[in-house]
Design a binder for this molecule. Structure first.
Ligand code: ADP
Ligand code: MG
Length: 286
């Protein structure tokens, strides 16, 4: 089970995020494919040690709805993660290809992401970076949360809304509050980000901003904290509308938990319809 870094050969570049690059790699002897995420290290030794320690804990936590981590390596400050390779790419890729995603597909995505969040929250982990590019799909009909913990760990040591944590666009209103209890917000932040992600998929654009508006920090903070929560489109089903409105309540205490949302009528509406994830991946060339 333990993968050694020197046994992995690079196949191609899968993508580059704010923190580093992700390669598709193949194991020399088993032929098995992995995703190798390499984070450029500007961290001090103590910070890196903390990241490694927390990552080791996270490696133990396993769920079918979290991208599995097979190992973490620190080579002179460059930190690499050996991750389960997800051959369907991200929800962001799927959205870019289809422009909009229908409710019956979103219901299945929602169910699987909620199961992942339920697992994290039960283990007292807040993801803090739920967004389309952190939700990965595969041809086995699975949807999994990626980057769990990484963002949490890094956010402890770096400013909250900087290049490392990635975009602050999906941050819930309470996270913008400088007088709030400094990062000690709860699980409800992930529920907000999920709601926003689903709404973006349904309408085909980022919901909080007008088309053309720059997604910089002041604009986002103004829109998310002072504006009304973004509303579902008028042509959405009553179940989807209700689900989105519940997730996007500005008062975090009012948002339902992942567990409560799993029995929401929107999630249950399309239950027992197999094959929706592979239908979503049809025609997608990554
Ligand atoms: P971000 O989340 O900011 O987009 P990441 O560094 O997490 O940046 O990932 C960059 C890209 O690499 C993703 O958008 C995705 O296309 C790809 N990727 C990341 N992890 C995996 C994985 N486990 N399997 C397949 N592709 C991945
Ligand atoms: Mg990511």
């Amino acid at each position: 089970k333990n993968v050694v870094l020197s046994d992995l050969e690079k196949v191609s570049l899968l993508g580059a995020g704010s923190g580093g690059k992700v390669y598709k790699v193949r194991h020399r002897w088993t032929g098995k494919e992995y995703a190798l995420k390499i984070i450029q290290a500007k961290h001090e030794v103590m910070v890196r040690r903390q990241i490694m320690r927390e990552m080791e804990i996270l490696q133990i936590s396993k769920s079918p709805h979290l991208v599995e981590c097979y190992g973490v390596f620190d080579r002179g400050g460059e930190i690499s993660f050996v991750l389960e390779y997800m051959d369907g790419g991200t929800l962001a890729d799927v959205l870019k290809y289809h422009k909009k995603i229908g409710e019956r597909y979103l219901a299945e995505v929602t169910k699987q992401v909620l199961l992942g969040l339920l697992y994290l929250h039960k283990h007292k982990i807040v993801h803090r970076d739920i967004k389309p590019s952190n939700l990965l799909l595969n041809r086995k009909q699975e949807v999994k949360i990626a980057d769990f913990g990484v963002s949490t760990v890094l956010a402890n040591t770096l400013a909250q809304c900087n290049s490392f944590v990635g975009t602050c666009a999906y941050m819930s209103p309470e996270r913008f509050d400088p007088d709030g209890n400094g990062g000690e917000y709860g699980y409800a932040a992930d529920i907000w980000s999920l709601g926003l992600t689903l709404l973006e998929c349904a309408i085909g654009r980022f919901p909080c901003l007008q088309p053309g508006e720059k997604p910089d920090w002041p604009t986002l903070m103004y829109a998310i904290c002072l504006g009304e929560p973004p509303a579902p489109p008028s042509d959405a089903s009553p179940e989807f509308r209700d689900f989105i409105i519940l997730c996007l309540q500005k008062e975090s205490a009012r948002r339902p938990s992942a567990e409560m949302l799993l029995s929401h009528p929107f999630v249950r509406k399309y239950e027992g319809q197999p094959g929706v994830i592979s239908a979503l991946l049809q025609g997608l060339v990554l």
